[in-house]
Design a protein around this ligand. Structure first.
Ligand code: NAD
Length: 270
């Protein structure tokens, strides 16, 4: 018996990385899954983009757990299409109980190389995209008698991560958004929390990111130490974050709301 038997969960950015791990983990706990991802190019990023095949693989992993899955190739910036997908999913799967707003981009740059377009793109995806996700789904949770909304922020949403003013700005906004939604949605028995991973081994950490950060630290070494974890690990795995997401999705956390939960190996306290 799983902690989410009979429930339905909606995960954005589900094609790969952490989103795939969340979809598979919530399915293992008994939930049917609505899995959404743009599956295509994203602005400013240097790492390879997710593909339709990636999203199909996530669906396969959910089905391997014996659960149903519906997928959509959709950008979280496209509120209308996302709202239709969620509404159609609720009609087909019967309800919605859990939302994981996970889709995001990360494009580190020293402060004076961040252009207006780079700043706007990050805010559009990482903040407005998360707001769109909640707005497309919260009333379905209310209709099911309550539920759990989990916003994926970052260690950069609790403590500055250097050489990414735009990303840090966006992730602090997500931290605040979780608390703000938690206050108003509590009357419908909906909990809203944010999750704050340290560096996670996913495709997001590939491309030129390490080179850009390396050069920025060389030119301005002091802030480089801000990435340090307390525990002796450089990065964690997607499944480690999925453990935290599964906890927040379940009744084991039924009195936890408006909380910022760091799965960060201690980095935000370092
Ligand atoms: N990897 C890390 O070190 C790390 C650390 C802390 C927080 N995070 C956050 O975790 C979340 C997941 O990141 P990840 O590491 O799995 O990265 P990832 O790039 O492997 O996966 C992100 C997924 O989101 C999708 N996505 C991005 N923008 C989208 C959009 N506009 N519409 C729909 N789908 C979109 C991508 O296609 C991709 O499949 C992000 O919000 C990220 O900011 C990552």
């Amino acid at each position: 018996m799983g902690t989410l038997d009979g429930k339905v969960a909606f995960v954005t950015g589900a094609a790969r990385g952490q989103g795939r791990a969340h979809a598979a983990r919530l399915a293992r706990e008994g939930a049917d899954i609505l899995a959404l991802d743009v599956c295509g190019p994203l602005p400013d990023v240097s790492y390879d983009h997710a593909t339709p095949e990636d999203l199909k693989e996530t669906a396969r992993l959910v089905e391997a757990e014996g659960r149903r899955v519906l997928t959509a190739e959709c950008d979280v910036r496209d509120f209308g299409t996302m709202r239709e997908f969620v509404a159609g999913g609720v009609t087909e799967l019967g309800r919605l109980d859990v939302v994981v707003a996970n889709a995001g981009i990360c494009t580190p740059l020293p402060w004076d190389e961040v252009t207006p377009a780079v700043f706007a793109n990050t805010l559009d995806i990482n903040v407005t995209g998360v707001w769109n996700t909640v707005m497309a789904s919260a009333h379905h949770l209310a209709g099911a008698g309550g539920g759990s909304i989990i916003l994926i922020s970052s260690a950069a949403g609790l403590k500055v991560q250097p050489f990414m003013v735009h990303y840090t700005t966006s992730k602090f906004a997500v931290t605040g958004m979780a608390k703000a939604f938690a206050v108003e949605l509590a009357k419908d028995h909906i909990r809203v929390n944010s999750v704050h991973p340290t560096a996670v081994n996913t495709p997001m950490g590939t491309g030129t990111i390490q080179d850009v950060l390396g050069r920025a630290i060389e030119a301005n070494p002091r802030p480089g130490a801000m990435f340090t974890n307390i525990l002796p690990v450089e990065a964690i795995e997607s499944e480690d974050v999925a453990d935290t997401v599964a906890f927040l999705a379940s009744d084991a956390s039924k009195f936890i709301t408006a909380h910022a939960l760091a799965v960060d190996a201690g980095s935000t306290q370092y």
